[in-house]
Write a protein that binds this ligand. Structure first.
Ligand code: HEC
Length: 295
């Protein structure tokens, strides 16, 4: 979905949900980079009125109604003083789970590690174009192909591309979301208006539609956007566009090769299984919830 359904079916949340896989390889979280740690990101989601519209205290109270949850937290956090089931341990447990979601066993990874002798010609050419002529790799840095800057990988970058509100409209206008430009007080500058975090392109074959607003339906549409110089190439003029304006002059074959390369980065091994059951509650209604949640 371009944007996930909001709490109580009241419209949608504000932005496209990014993949959690490999999200740990970042120094900032959310499209607008407002959070500095996975543990801290959780709080934003809990209090967001369109997401959980609750707070940590209410969650702790609820989990305490389950003897099993209390026991599991006691076991996990033996070495801590005081109550084991608290806001910090809950945030820690969730971020530990998210940090475990890492996918480096794609076709591409196996080939570059020498574990597999052959890879499609299109993938090989596409990788060279991604790192070379098409300059994708100057923002989507290898090996995660996200905005975490080598060689130290300690900082996440945002960029201004000029993403359209509706890329299929005849007359295109910039998506009104100001992103990083309105996210944190100390970063609110003209320079950061319309800037968004550079996401990974790993698993993009599975995560259509694209960009912070989910407005681009296919990878081919994303490629067309880049090939024409981003927003500027579609009549969207921003003084601070950081994506080079010039056309990449990629032909159809080259575009297909880059898409083939991105599709070779798919790996969800071991990350899609569903727990057989959840810790039990004495309140039976809570026990009958669908694992993974349900609308
Ligand atoms: C100037 C830096 C920059 C360059 C160069 C760049 N990208 Fe991006 N890319 C970004 C940013 C920033 C986003 C997120 C934009 C948003 O959410 O509005 C993005 C988003 C994407 C997405 C969507 C990911 C998703 O999950 O929604 C894909 C796919 C992508 N880029 C592929 C490419 C390819 C292929 C190239 C080369 C042709 C390229 N990028 C060049 C910065 C860049």
């Amino acid at each position: 979905m371009p944007k996930s359904t909001a709490l109580s079916f009241e419209g949608t949340v504000d932005r496209n949900a990014p993949t959690l896989i490999n999200s740990v390889y970042s120094e900032r979280f959310f499209h607008d980079m407002r959070s500095e740690a996975l543990e801290d990101q959780i709080e934003h989601v809990l209090v967001n009125r369109k997401e959980f519209d609750t707070d940590m205290m209410r969650i702790i109270e609820k989990l305490k109604q389950s003897d099993e949850y209390v026991r599991v937290f006691d076991d996990c956090f033996k070495k801590l003083d005081g109550e084991k089931l608290n806001g910090h341990t809950i945030a820690f447990a969730i971020s530990a789970y998210v940090s475990s979601l890492r996918g480096f066993n794609s076709e591409f990874d196996k080939y570059v590690r020498g574990e597999q002798a052959h890879i499609d010609d299109a993938v090989r050419k596409g990788f060279n174009l991604f790192m070379g002529k098409a300059v994708c790799g100057t923002c989507h840095f290898a090996p995660v192909f996200n905005g975490t800057v080598p060689p130290r990988y300690e900082e996440s970058e945002s960029e201004v591309l000029g993403v359209a509100e509706n890329p299929y409209a005849k007359h295109q206008v910039v998506d009104p979301d100001l992103g990083r430009g309105v996210a944190r007080l100390k970063e609110q500058s003209d320079f950061n208006r319309y800037a968004f975090k550079t996401p990974t392109v790993r698993n993009v074959a599975l995560t259509a539609p694209y960009m912070h607003n989910g407005a681009y339906k296919t990878l081919e549409d994303v490629m067309d956007f880049y090939n024409k110089g981003g927003g500027e190439g579609f009549g969207i003029h921003l003084d601070n566009q950081t994506l080079p304006f010039d056309s990449l002059s990629l032909n159809k074959q080259e575009i297909n090769d880059i898409v083939a390369f991105m599709k070779s980065l798919t790996d969800t091994t071991g990350m899609t299984s569903v727990p057989v059951r959840l810790p039990s509650f004495s309140n039976v209604a809570l026990n009958n919830r669908k694992v993974g949640g349900e609308y």
